[in-house]
Design a protein around this ligand. Structure first.
Ligand code: NAI
Length: 211
């Protein structure tokens, strides 16, 4: 656990910094000032400095930031400098799409298993991983020390499934079902609702049209 409690707002901004730094790295940029980063990312330089000060600052005043170093440090903070194993529960449209996205693997999230309750899906493959009966999930998670479960099942199934996952030692749930999950404190949950983002877009369409 970190020594100092960092706000979730700061943590929420780190992946974006990480993405931009990845692009800069690919372009061969070695150093960048907070002002230059601010111009590209459209956030204030003072916000960037404040965010980075939570982690000791990362850079020398006047010299700017070393892109490679900053990229590596943020990846360590985000814990993506190591691998995390994950399983998909619910091998339907969304489950298949997530499991099929190879870029998550590139980031260190290794897709190890897929489970469903529909016998027609048993034995079918997503990438090279076989869909198994959900009854085998608990054993599999324990034996393979799976860290993350991706929940892509209907919302009425998600709560009992989260309880089962808690019992078999899962560390985190990436929840796509439309329900707020209550789990013990030692399990991390991240709820993802694409529709929230779409509604925000809709709001902005309205606002633009009415100005
Ligand atoms: P889908 O019907 O294609 O897939 C759901 C799969 O879950 C099916 O294969 C079904 O057999 C399986 N399933 C149902 N109960 C299960 C259980 N107890 N254990 C194991 N497998 C079980 O549905 P789709 O489109 O993939 O959506 C999945 C879920 O994700 C739905 O709850 C949907 O509302 C939600 N969703 C959430 C989004 C978000 O942004 N959070 C976006 C799209 C869908």
């Amino acid at each position: 656990m970190a020594d100092k409690e960092i706000s979730q707002a700061v943590i929420g901004r780190l992946p974006r910094y990480f993405r931009y730094l990845g692009d800069l790295k690919e372009k061969g940029v070695e150093r960048i000032s907070s002002q230059e980063l601010s111009d590209i990312m459209k956030v204030t330089a003072s916000q960037i400095r404040q965010d980075f000060n939570n982690f000791g600052g990362f850079g020398q005043q006047g010299y700017g930031y070393n892109v490679n170093y900053l990229y590596d440090e943020i990846s360590k903070i985000l814990g993506i400098d190591k691998q995390h194993s994950l399983v998909i529960i619910g091998a339907g449209h969304l489950g298949k799409a997530i499991a099929g996205y190879t870029n998550f693997t590139r980031r260190g999230f290794v897709f190890k298993g897929a489970f469903d309750c529909n016998p027609e899906l048993y034995g079918t493959k997503i990438r090279d991983v076989e869909v198994r009966p959900v009854d085998e999930m608990e054993d599999f998670v324990r034996k393979n020390q799976i860290e993350i479960a991706v929940l892509t099942i209907p919302k009425d199934q998600a709560v009992p499934m989260a309880h089962k996952l808690a019992e078999c030692g899962i560390k985190a749930i990436w929840n796509f079902a439309h329900v707020d999950l209550e789990v013990p404190n030692n399990i991390q949950v991240e709820n993802v609702h694409l529709s929230d983002s779409l509604m925000k877009l809709s709001y902005n369409i309205n606002r633009y049209e009415n100005t």
